[in-house]
Ligand binder design. Structure first.
Ligand code: ASP
Ligand code: MG
Length: 257
């Protein structure tokens, strides 16, 4: 089973721990692969930092520090002790790389599509070690896995598509190195022939999860999100929206169109 958790499901300690419990229960029954998004709001936040750095507006540093603190706090809230050490190292490394990239963009005053993809991928590269640490700390050994290692991607840097056929061997080989540990894979991107980041577009973690499920011939893929239910309309746009107590698959499909 492939279980995907969106930004809201990993965005607060309480939500992340609830997601961890869902994975733990699933893992007791079947072989599980987890896909996670960046913490809620982080990809958009990084996009803003990038725009500020590009405009040589030094205030990106404040936003960057807030981002770093948020991830450190999140890790401390969901994992501790030895299980948190690899995650703390991964966070430090990922955060340092992000700062280097933003500094480079500020210095050069330009950003290529390739650099932009690298920068935007940082959110998932920071959330996956935190999720893996929460699982390990909760008694389920888990390892953060980069999307470039398991998913082949083709097309533009910011709007690529997964190549499922080419991903089959890639993901099988990587999972074989993990033993019993659960893979916690970054959503949102795969890797091109050179192993470089190719984004599947905003909201692309669902694409990552479904492509991985296809490449693994998984029994099913579950897209988890932390909301109160399905509403009659987008509650952000329509104050009269109501939560639906029951819903058939056919009705969901019609609503989704
Ligand atoms: N983090 C990415 C985004 O915000 C991908 C995703 O969450 O699906 O678009
Ligand atoms: Mg989404």
């Amino acid at each position: 089973r492939v279980l995907k958790f969106g930004g809201t499901s990993v965005g607060s300690p309480a939500a992340l721990l609830a997601a961890r419990d869902i994975v733990r229960a699933a893992e007791a029954e079947s072989r599980v692969v987890v896909v996670v998004s960046a913490l809620a709001g982080v990809t958009s936040g990084i996009e803003e930092l990038l725009a500020a750095a590009l405009a040589r507006d030094p205030s990106w540093r404040d936003g960057f520090r807030a981002l770093r603190e948020r991830h450190r706090r999140q890790l401390a809230a969901v994992a501790g002790g030895r299980a948190a050490v690899p995650a703390a190292d991964a966070l430090d490394g990922g955060i340092e790389r992000l700062r280097d990239l933003l500094r480079a963009v500020e210095l050069l005053g330009e950003v290529s599509p390739r650099t932009r993809a690298w920068v935007l991928a940082a959110g998932e590269r920071l959330s996956t070690p935190i999720f893996a640490a929460a699982l390990t700390c909760g008694g389920v050994a888990a390892v953060a896995v980069d999307g470039t290692e398991v998913l082949a991607a083709v097309g533009p840097h910011d709007d690529a598509l997964p190549d499922v056929a080419a991903s089959r061997q890639k993901v099988a080989d990587r999972l074989a190195t993990l033993g019993d540990a659960v893979a916690v894979v970054t959503g949102f991107f795969g890797g091109d022939d050179a192993g470089e980041v190719r984004l599947f577009g905003r909201g692309g973690s669902d694409t990552s999860a479904t492509a991985l499920a296809a490449a693994l011939a998984a029994e099913r893929v579950e897209i988890w999100t932390d909301v109160d239910g399905v509403a009659t309309a987008d509650p952000r746009l329509d104050p009269a929206a109501r939560w639906l107590p029951r819903l058939s698959y056919d009705a969901v499909e019609a609503l989704a169109l």
